[in-house]
Ligand binder design. Sequence first.
Ligand SMILES: [Zn+2]
Length: 317
Amino acid sequence: MFAGIDIGGTSIKGVITDSECNIITSGQVHTPDGAEEIDLAIAGLINDMARDSGIRRNRIRAAGIGAAGAVDNRKGLVITSPNIPAWKNHPLAKNIKELTRIKVVLENDATVATAGAWLQNNIRGMSNWIMVTLGTGIGGGAVIENRIYTGQNGSSLEIGHMTIDINGRECPCGNRGCLERYASATALVQTALQHMASDRTSSLHRRTETGRLTSKIIYEEACAGDPLALKSFNEISTYLGYGMVNLINIFNPQAVVFGGGLSQAYRLIFPVVKSVVREHAMNGLKERTRFIHLRQQSRMSAMGAARMAIEHLRYSY
Ligand SMILES: [Zn+2]
């Protein structure tokens, strides 16, 4: 048996699976503050899931853990994490192994999301595809020739930080003009706010009288036909389309699979992305790439983490 753990900013989700990645049991705890508290919460979740389902801990061969940020999967380190600032060169794999006596495979969150998505029926059969997660930022993963690509040490496919405008908006990564500054949920809100300053007629003004603007509000108003909300979606989707042009020209994938909260707005986003790709990607590469959105699956990443534990036992701690 294997455990899979997905560490998010608000909750830590876990599963225990068999060696075919079928879920035996699952659980969830709130993400505490502080590096040590998170280690203890992960170990506690694994122990609780095992106890509640009557599984002896020594029957769990390895635990896969997905952590947001830059990881070193060979050394089992979280180098930095945007969600959890306390993690700086944090030896997460070693700590969890000490607490649980279970081998640990550490990967970044986009990699476990990719591994989890690959378990889904409509994606399972593909050998070359790209995953794009659209949320507050933009992450990514890739399956190349039937293997999940993880770069030399577990951090790769930072799709959100591909340069779209060399003179563009500053990015916390230190560069400027990164895709996620133009095409994420955060960018959607920023784009709409800029337009709202010069357009008083939008329904977004009424929706934000008592609270701040969110991507969900913009989505709802775009679906109701508000021109400013639609224009904002159109702009971020155009930038996203150029990002996809770059990816398609580089990878020639069978499909680009979109996950993350903002991907639920695919009905607004995909037509624009497809039209930019049709117009700008190279002939011979662009014709057969499919665009697929993932249905929200709350345990997808935890299942992907278990899958990475199954496949990458050799990297484990
Ligand atoms: Zn960046």
